[in-house]
Design a protein around this ligand. Structure first.
Ligand SMILES: [Zn+2]
Length: 315
């Protein structure tokens, strides 16, 4: 069946399709990691909290630094082995907030946040997945300096993929937080919501964290009911996306709405309402008469909505 709407070329889903070989088998081999750090081809990203340092370029900027460049710019606290990029080792280097602020004064550098880098296309697309990987793990290190079990300081291990407590022996791993993000569908209408922090006129899918003891399907139904008062039946998985703010995995779904009467939780959402297909297509094409839009294509919400418009996925 041909697509109902001509939405143009399909955009790439941000932070996905990493070209990196994570070479996880090397992480426990200290000698191998030391050799990779000493490799003349070794490169690194420089990060601090939300900020990433970039070499300024004419069209796009370059997030890659040699170890010598990185060392000359800022004291490095933690180093994480990200993997092999076309055979060459790639690391993430954590610098402190003060050092990152100081880098903003360098004329040849741009120090900005990952959201701006992604939505603005500030670096080549191949760098977005490893930058997302870096930001999530670097942030995890910054937040896990102390053991959650006994309170003693922890130390990085496994090339940055574990932190160990030498007092009680607990090994801490950088776990991700699974989030369901869903489009509830009732015939020719879909349910979109607005959070107060959204840009003016922007609408998106509903979303929420999966709780312990819950399946993806149960979380979709619970969150849709809590936020909008809508009961859902069938839930169909669409796709997933790493979302390093701070370290979520977005699990995109379409859901069959069994009811249509809304009861919006105003503590969670500014508003939620049903939209007809034609109106959503106009929003996606940025031709809506009132200037309404859907989420930027860097985020999975855009793709979940588009798939419904194109009838690729139905519930
Ligand atoms: Zn401990």
């Amino acid at each position: 069946m041909p697509a109902r709407f001509d939405l143009g070329a399909k955009p790439h889903l941000g932070y996905t399709a990493s070209a990196l070989d994570r070479a996880t088998e090397l992480r426990q081999d200290k000698a191998a990691i030391a050799a990779l750090e000493a490799d003349a081809g070794a490169r690194a990203f420089l990060l601090s909290g939300e900020l990433v340092a970039l070499h300024k370029g004419a069209l796009q900027h370059d997030p890659i630094f040699t170890f010598a460049e990185a060392g000359a710019l800022a004291p490095c606290s933690d180093r994480i082995f990200l993997g092999l990029r076309a055979g060459a080792p790639l690391f993430a280097i954590l610098i402190d907030a003060e050092a990152a602020e100081a880098l903003k004064r360098h004329d040849d550098l741009l120090v900005t946040d990952l959201r701006s880098i992604a939505t603005g296309g500030l670096v080549a697309a191949e760098y977005l997945p490893p930058l997302a990987q870096s930001k999530a793990v670097v942030g995890w290190h910054a937040r896990h300096r102390f053991c959650a079990k006994c309170g003693a300081p922890t130390e990085p291990a496994q090339a940055g993929w574990r932190r160990d407590c030498f007092v009680c022996g607990t090994e801490h791993f950088p776990r991700i937080d699974p989030v369901v993000i869903m489009l509830a569908i009732a015939g020719e209408r879909c349910l979109l919501g607005r959070q107060p922090r959204f840009a003016r006129g922007q609408w998106s899918c509903l979303a929420g964290y999966i709780e312990p003891g819950e399946t993806i399907e149960e979380a979709v139904r619970r969150e849709t009911f809590e936020e909008a008062g809508i009961k859902c039946g069938r839930v169909v998985y669409f796709a997933s996306q790493p979302w390093p703010f701070p370290m979520s995995l977005m699990i995109g779904c379409h859901a069959e709405a069994l009811t249509t009467e809304l009861a919006v939780d105003r503590a969670e959402l500014e508003d939620a309402r049903w939209f007809e297909r034609d109106e959503v297509a106009a929003m996606m094409l940025r031709r809506h008469p009132d200037g309404l839009i859907v989420t930027h294509p860097v985020a999975i919400a855009h793709h979940i909505i588009r798939a419904w418009l194109e009838s690729e996925s139905t519930v």
